[in-house]
Design a protein around this ligand. Sequence first.
Ligand code: PLP
Length: 222
Amino acid sequence: MNRDPLLELADRHLIRYVPEFAPFLVERARGSWVWDRAGNAVLDFTSGQICSTIGHNHPRIVEAIRAACDRVLHLNSWMLSEEVVRLAARLAELLPAPLGKTIFLNTGSESNEIAMRIAKLATGRFEILGLEQSFHGLTAGAASVTNSVAHRGYGPQLPGVFTIPAPYAYRCPVRSAVVRSAADPLGPPAHPAPAGALALGDQLLCGPGPAPGDPAPGLTGG
Ligand SMILES: Cc1ncc(COP(=O)(O)O)c(C=O)c1O
């Protein structure tokens, strides 16, 4: 596929936050497919950004966005629309007790910033564990716990951040450190987290994956 010439403008005017942009511009998208400006269909195995692989332009999502925009598009932070209240209530139905409240934010980075603030408030502590090869965003706090991008040149990171190895199913350095009950291997670790620790989940982004020559178990029939 030839590189779209309009990407020259991207090179000149867009700051990259990924190693390289795709060589085509997306003209339209539907489900798992995107089409470039020349009409070529490209099967998009990502179907969206890493942590929201919801597919492209699902008609119900498009209709919900369109209907909301027709009625009310932008409010200041102390006014609410019906959609916001109903979505929060629906999420509360889906969440396990005692979780029942949501804060809606704009980006993954922002969500992680607020998650860390909530953890600090709830525990009275301030130290955060980040995983090797993780990505949590580009804002100051989220970047401090991110280890798949360089930290050099950005000055001091958030104080109290530590890095631990990422789970690696084939030769997992974590598995041997976490002893689970033999009667309940999927249950809680036999060594519980220290009192006051709070777990906040952000999807793990594993960059390089298994090392070369380390096939996933089962793939080779071995
Ligand atoms: C797992 C994960 N966390 C956080 C982020 C940051 O999200 P955003 O780019 O919306 O700030 C990303 C973005 O790719 C992500 O994949």
